[in-house]
Design a protein around this ligand. Structure first.
Ligand SMILES: Cc1cc2nc3c(=O)[nH]c(=O)nc-3n(C[C@H](O)[C@H](O)[C@H](O)COP(=O)(O)O)c2cc1C
Length: 173
């Protein structure tokens, strides 16, 4: 397997913790962990295998005038990437108890920017086991990436991450 570039943000919280779990599940030698906010499209283009890791911090943040978080800064770069010949997987931190109408929406926001550019997104996840009402991350009835809830279901994270990686690791180049 060629090296995977795992671009993630924000730093210092649940997203970073889960990024490290994803890297450990793949074998840390196979993964470069890279902060999203410091990255440009050219950094992503160095990799044929890419994982995007993010959290959802509400619609008001996405709609804000000025860049407020790591992914607001990184998203315009993500849109510039040439996705031909790349495999992409995504995971998203969220909380379906407090935000049951916007569960892991960020996954959907990113997917809708890169799917029209031909991105081959692997690792869709069934909704079974997630109790929520609405999510922008659903495409054809499945989550477009792995949802993780470290706020209320941290005991499920390791199993969710490991099952997901087991399913997708053979699909990386
Ligand atoms: C202001 C705020 C807004 C949030 N909005 C959402 C949301 O719309 N949907 C969701 O699934 N989670 C939402 N969350 C939950 C976060 O995604 C969750 O706490 C996540 O683990 C944070 O990751 P971090 O520690 O890496 O920042 C929100 C959290 C905060 C503090």
């Amino acid at each position: 397997m060629k090296k995977i570039g795992l671009f993630y943000g924000p730093l210092g919280g649940s997203t970073e913790r889960v990024a490290k779990k994803v890297a450990a599940a793949l074998g840390t030698d196979h993964v470069d962990l890279i902060p999203a906010k410091e990255s440009k499209a050219a950094d992503v283009e160095k990799y044929e295998n890419v994982i995007y890791g993010m959290s959802t911090i509400g619609k008001e943040t996405w709609d804000a005038d000025k860049p407020a978080n790591d992914w607001d800064v990184f998203l315009p770069e993500v849109e510039k990437v040439d996705y031909s010949n790349k495999v992409i997987a995504m995971f998203g931190l969220g909380d379906q108890i407090t935000y049951d109408l916007h569960f892991v929406d960020a996954l959907g926001v990113v997917a809708e920017r890169i799917l029209p550019k031909g991105a081959n997104i692997i690792g869709k996840v069934e909704t079974e086991g997630y109790d929520f009402r609405e999510s922008q991350a659903l495409i054809d009835g499945k989550f477009i990436g792995l949802p993780v809830n470290e706020d209320f279901e941290p005991e499920l994270t390791d199993e969710r991450v490991n099952n997901w990686i087991d399913k997708i690791k053979g699909e990386f180049k």
